[in-house]
Design a protein around this ligand. Structure first.
Ligand code: ATP
Ligand code: MG
Length: 361
């Protein structure tokens, strides 16, 4: 038998997603190198002709280092990043391929706030076209107080209708090089102030929406001839799904798969990129994922028998994602116990998300 050579994979970005990708690649024998593209540097990377390039973020500053990666012939999904990183082109794509999304329009230099209210309703959410994350880059307008469009948001933002959703769900899937799509079960998400606090998956009551969600994400990935993992965040209104936004990468709401599936989202992405086999995704257990946001490391977390900690090793700052906990939710009583304990250990903003997990399990 000839020996198999596995490709080296380089990741644009060296945050927690790149680190978890590297971690997932190790048992497969894949050599993954996350690259810091935020710190200015004249370094040249020893990229091989057969190496593969991926990204853990949608946007990055242009530098000789980032250009070396993004101009490599094997930068997978190269053209997709700019297309999805701009909400204007992302929403336009969804409209073009007729995938339902929250009603919207570009905030151009002429539109008045009255026109926005007339077209989109009493409450309108402005979102920066690029660079927003964790609820940053959002600005609400209310017809009741006739709020004005900030001048520096014109041309640089889109306006969206306020959606009175029942809840937020997301779907993570991958498309392989043969065009076949693979999906995890739908996930239930709780955001607070625009930032993901907790995810619960899988959930029996979301099963009836699975086929619809898969059809939407398949259509999106196929239209982009995409390879790898993509996440689709949705609003659920009754039996309908509206796409909120897309991420052409592994996604925070998919972290539960590290505990809950025999192939987690990071490994799934790598298998798709490297054209390795992707068998049916086998779910091991229901998982409650809690994001650790702006909280100090607490060694007591390690005493929870049904819980796995992922600590990102970043400096703790308010509002910053610094880790997550995956809690095995198979035994509802044990899950309740663990959530009760965490309520004692985590600050006040965690009370509602922990109760929410308990109520939805
Ligand atoms: P991410 O960190 O996921 O990239 P983001 O800050 O880029 O998030 P969105 O996902 O668009 O931005 O919005 C964050 C949250 O704000 C959503 O999860 C939802 O809770 C709320 N939100 C967004 N759009 C709307 C809308 N049109 N109507 C009501 N709530 C919304
Ligand atoms: Mg989002």
């Amino acid at each position: 038998m000839t020996s198999i050579s596995m490709p080296n994979i380089w990741v644009l970005g060296d945050g927690q997603l790149g680190a978890m990708m590297k971690h997932a690649g190790q048992p497969l024998g894949l050599n993954i190198t996350p690259v810091d593209i935020m710190t200015p540097s004249d370094a040249r990377l020893p990229l091989g002709a057969n190496d593969l390039i991926t990204a853990e973020r949608e946007q990055w500053p242009e530098s000789s280092l980032s250009l070396q990666l993004s101009q490599h012939p094997h930068f997978i999904n190269g053209g997709v990043f700019t297309r999805l990183a701009d909400r204007y082109s992302q929403k336009s794509l969804l409209d073009d391929i007729q995938v339902a999304t929250a009603p919207w329009r570009l905030v151009d230099s002429n539109v008045s706030n009255a026109e926005l209210f007339q077209q989109l309703g009493e409450r309108v959410l402005l979102k920066r076209r690029t660079g927003g994350y964790d609820g940053k880059g959002q600005h609400w307008l209310n017809a009741s107080n006739n709020s004005a469009i900030p001048n520096d948001w014109r041309e640089l933002s889109i306006a969206e209708q306020a959606i009175a959703f029942d809840e937020e769900v997301s779907l993570v899937g991958a498309r392989d090089a043969n065009g076949q799509c693979h999906f995890y079960p739908l996930m239930l998400n709780l955001h607070q102030d625009g930032i993901l606090m907790a995810t619960l998956a899988p959930l029996a009551r979301l099963k009836p929406l699975q086929a619809k969600a898969q059809a939407m994400l398949s259509r999106i990935m196929n239209s982009l001839d995409y390879v790898g993992v993509m996440a689709m965040e949705c609003f659920r209104l009754g039996d309908d799904l509206l796409v909120n936004e897309l991420a052409p990468r592994v996604h925070n709401s998919g972290h539960w798969t590290q505990m809950g599936c025999h192939i987690n989202q990071f490994e799934l992405h790598l298998r798709a990129l490297a054209n390795l086999a992707i068998p049916e995704l086998s779910i091991k257990c229901q998982v409650a994922m809690v994001n650790l946001i702006g909280v100090e490391y607490d060694p007591r977390w390690l005493s929870l028998a049904n819980t796995e900690l992922y600590w990102y090793g970043k400096e703790v700052r308010p509002g910053r994602k610094v880790g997550h906990l995956n809690i095995n939710a198979t035994d509802p009583e044990r899950l309740s116990e663990t959530l009760k304990t965490l309520k004692l250990w985590l600050p006040s903003q965690y009370q509602a998300p922990l109760t929410w997990l308990d109520d939805n399990k």
